[in-house]
Design a protein around this ligand. Structure first.
Ligand code: FAD
Length: 403
């Protein structure tokens, strides 16, 4: 395997060699912040941004998604939303492509009496945690968002924006390289010797045997790339590669999502609702694309798109925004979220020296990417990570192991 290219800019003294396994939004965000700071960074991924990042709607939505009993996630998520404007501005400056936080706000809407009760309860839960909540009547909601169904009985407006994760990931990958890092199309695993991660080792590509001729970037299984720190950011597959003495509790949680083509401006807000007990969201992009999502299925590593899911998502979205019946169906996608049992990501050093985890971001990987990158950067540099990431500490696994 060829070594990472020599750094292009001036390196800070004490810069470290970092190998990042996985080029989804988490691995790329970590790699960019590290490369910017002068560390020598190589990202390894045979399918950059092709995992959950490819499916994600990009909502930065800790309050919409708040669940009773999960205050740690809510508080970390609120801190993450505050990070996003700076992260987007820095990335725009670094890359030249505008990273927009649009739409700026979200409407949670209720279609029937039961929904309304649940919506009021949700709003009260958020208010008790000092979240800004604007309660709207049916009429004021439809004045803000004329495309809403006349059946909407009540709504809540939250200052929760969205980004386009595909645009962000593309900009991050380019910025890693522009900052002197490298992105290599290789499947790898940590190389752990004497209880310490000393780099990564290439895995054989499926169907490829040693000695077979391959294209640029290919490597023989067992080829190694040395590093001082290995960051495991392989999404749901992190459990398969982490090389820890115990199993990393990250599992795949399937999400199916649609992309529709609608006239630009059909919606000014992200709209979220529950239709016959099923959650649905509709996220408009500036160019007219509308993302409709998403299922949440605990069915293992299955990425098939099913007729039933497409039917339900279209039905529920049109129930809330009837005009979407005229939209064109552009894309159906299924990908796997990296879920953990306590719904909190695993970020930071592990029981193996030099091995840092950045995984298990579940439904919130886009939201938490900037904060995760700040935490990983701090760990690599031997500084304390942001306090808001304390609940995510990967070392909680070690404590459980030794309890
Ligand atoms: C339908 C859907 C909608 C979503 N909507 C939102 C949303 O609105 N807001 C939000 O915040 N989050 C959302 N999410 C969640 C978000 O997409 C994930 O939390 C996030 O993408 C996780 O990022 P990641 O980089 O950890 O994983 P991934 O994006 O899955 O990236 C992991 C990468 O690791 C690579 N990899 C795996 N094994 C190896 C190996 N051995 N060697 C090298 N590379 C490897 C893979 O190829 C992949 O590219 C959504 C997810 C889904 C499925």
């Amino acid at each position: 395997m060829s070594p990472a290219p020599a750094p292009s800019g001036a390196r800070q003294s004490g810069g470290r060699r970092v190998a990042v396994i996985g080029g989804g939004i988490i691995g790329l965000a970590c790699a960019w912040r590290l490369a910017e700071r002068g560390h020598t960074v190589t990202v390894f991924d045979p399918d950059v941004a092709g995992g959950a990042t490819h499916a994600a709607a990009g909502m930065l939505a800790p309050a919409s998604e708040a669940v009773f009993g999960q205050d740690d996630l809510l508080l970390t998520g609120l801190a993450a939303v505050r990070e996003w404007p700076r992260f987007a501005a820095d990335l725009t400056l670094a890359e030249g492509e505008l990273i927009e936080l649009r739409p700026h706000a979200t409407l949670l809407v209720a279609l029937d009496a039961d929904d309304e009760v649940a919506l009021v309860r949700h709003a009260r839960h958020l208010e008790r945690r000092s979240c800004q909540v604007e309660k709207l009547t049916s009429r004021s909601a439809r004045r803000l968002e004329p495309a809403l169904s006349p059946r909407v009985r009540a709504a809540v407006r939250l200052d929760e924006p969205a980004v386009d994760p595909r645009v962000v990931a593309r900009a991050l990958a380019r910025s890693v390289v522009a900052s002197g890092g490298a992105v290599l199309p290789l499947e790898v695993e940590p190389d752990v010797r004497d209880g310490r991660a000393s780099g990564v080792r290439a895995r054989p590509a499926p169907g490829v045997h040693a000695g077979t001729a391959r294209g640029a970037g290919a490597a023989d299984a067992g080829d190694t790339h040395e590093a001082d720190v290995v960051v495991v950011a392989a999404g749901w597959a992190s459990a398969l590669v982490a090389a820890l003495p115990h199993k990393v509790p990250v599992r795949p949680l399937k999400g199916q999502v649609l992309r529709l083509g609608a006239p630009p401006g059909v919606l000014a807000h992200t709209v979220r609702a529950t239709v016959r007990g099923r959650e649905v969201y509709v996220v408009p992009r500036p160019g007219g694309e509308v993302v409709v999502g998403a299922t949440s299925e605990d069915v293992g590593a299955d990425t098939s798109v099913t007729a039933g899911a497409v039917h339900d998502l279209l039905h529920d979205a049109i129930e809330v925004v009837p005009e979407l019946a005229e939209a064109t169906l552009l894309e159906t996608t299924a990908r796997l979220r990296p879920a953990t049992p306590d719904n909190l990501p695993l970020v930071g050093p592990t029981c193996v020296e030099g091995l840092v985890l950045a995984s298990g971001h579940g439904r919130d990987g886009v939201l938490l990417a900037p904060l995760t990158a700040d935490a990983v950067l701090a760990h690599v540099e031997g500084r304390l990570p942001p306090r808001s990431t304390d609940p995510l500490a990967a070392r909680r696994l070690c404590h459980k192991e030794h309890a």
